[in-house]
Design a protein. Structure first.
Length: 199
């Protein structure tokens, strides 16, 4: 299946990610900036997921901002590049869209992509409050039969949760607990530029 575009609401999140990265003092767009953008635009799929685990936008935003305290980065050069982990998360969102036969990448797909990218900070922050892929897809995998059907299409619903790290480079002061030494320093142009391709 070919996914020709990103749904308008997911497009809004990706457009908002760079300003949110700047608000965090980052010089790259990481998965934490994409997650913060989902909060900023009031993504219903994220709100529903957080309610299922007894959390909220306010609590998650506080955790995101706390994760960047003590980190030091050079002055940003705009436009900000997407970190490799954020780019991979969008790629995984495309795979999720294909799994559910969506014609466009939705915010639900994007949220699943952030969780599949287990090295991203967004994954770690969500895992800390009990969010996993089945929690996001609660309506789609509400029965064992539905779960098996989803997994038969290639989507792993048992992605391990763990503490991840994210940064485009090792910089500045000692990072807080969520930020172990980064292992992936590459950055990429805005992934929306190539998402018209087959996924």
């Amino acid at each position: 299946m070919s996914c020709e575009s990103i749904a308008p609401e997911a497009e809004e999140v990706l457009e908002r990610a760079a300003p949110e990265a700047l608000s965090l003092g980052l010089d790259y767009v990481g998965t934490e900036a994409v997650l913060l953008a989902m909060i900023r635009v009031g993504t219903p799929e994220l709100a529903d997921t957080l309610r299922r685990v007894g959390s909220s936008f306010t609590q998650l935003e506080a955790a995101i901002r706390q994760s960047t305290v003590g980190c030091s980065f050079p002055p940003p050069v705009e436009p900000l590049a997407f970190a490799s982990r954020a780019t991979r998360a969008v790629e995984y969102a495309g795979q999720c869209a294909r799994t559910f036969r969506h014609s466009q990448i939705s915010n639900q797909d994007l949220l699943v992509g952030l969780l599949i990218e287990s090295e991203g900070l967004a994954h770690s922050l969500l895992a800390d409050i009990g969010v996993d892929i089945p929690t996001v897809l609660a309506d789609e995998v509400s029965s064992p039969g539905a779960r098996r059907q989803v997994e038969s299409r290639g989507l792993d619903l048992s992605v391990p949760v763990g503490c991840a790290s994210e940064s485009s480079k090792t910089r500045g002061s000692t990072p807080p607990s969520h930020r172990a030494a980064p292992t992936d320093s590459a950055t990429h142009a805005d992934p929306r530029a190539w998402l018209g391709a087959e996924i």
